[in-house]
Design a protein around this ligand. Structure first.
Ligand code: HEM
Length: 157
């Protein structure tokens, strides 16, 4: 696996095949259903975060829109860095824990399996995990919650 250095920060790549699978997913995914099932999983796994969300309906749309934006930006390191910085700033005052990011990632993976149905493959799941981890770790970097819960392959944007 190669590594690419951007402005002094390490980018772990999403492979071309994984990018293809991410786009394939977006083509076939019912985004509304995904958002609904995903937030059901998120809120049942972390009921304590429910009060943090003002309008869950609006939030699930924002989250899904963001995932689309991230997939479309995956080949543009400068743009991706801007997106991730925005996300980091937007979440800063929630003081989220690595475990919460991990739980959210698991909720996303589970929802993907359910929503994609027969189109789902483990390879698709892996592509999304790679992308999610990359974003989640970059969002946590440099803040009070710096540190990874995903093992030693820290991915920085
Ligand atoms: C890769 C991980 C994540 C992504 C891509 C993401 C994405 C987003 C987006 C796009 C917004 C909307 C911001 C706006 O336009 O105002 C948002 C807000 C928010 N996120 Fe996240 N998020 C992530 C992780 C988390 C985690 C782990 C939690 C907590 C468990 C969380 C809690 C919140 C809360 C409380 C809001 C504000 C909702 C509101 O104002 O109603 N996020 N997130």
């Amino acid at each position: 696996m190669y590594e690419m250095w951007v402005s002094g920060m390490m980018m772990s790549p999403v492979t071309s095949r994984q990018k293809l699978l991410l786009h394939y997913t977006l083509l076939h995914l019912d985004s509304e259903q995904m958002g609904k099932i995903f937030y059901d999983h998120v809120l049942s796994a972390m009921p304590d975060v429910h009060p943090m969300f003002g309008d869950v309906d609006a939030q699930r749309k924002r989250f899904m829109k963001m995932m689309v934006r991230i997939v479309h930006t995956v080949d543009e390191p400068e743009q991706l860095r801007i997106v991730v910085r925005e996300l980091r700033d937007m979440h800063a005052h929630y003081h989220l824990k690595p475990r919460q990011f991990q739980t959210m990632g698991q909720a996303f993976s589970m929802s993907l399996v359910e929503v994609m149905g027969h189109r789902y493959t483990p390879e698709i799941g892996e592509a999304w995990q790679v992308l999610y981890r990359r974003v989640a770790e970059a969002m946590q970097e440099g803040g009070s919650n710096a540190g990874s819960s995903y093992g030693s392959h820290a991915m920085h944007v």
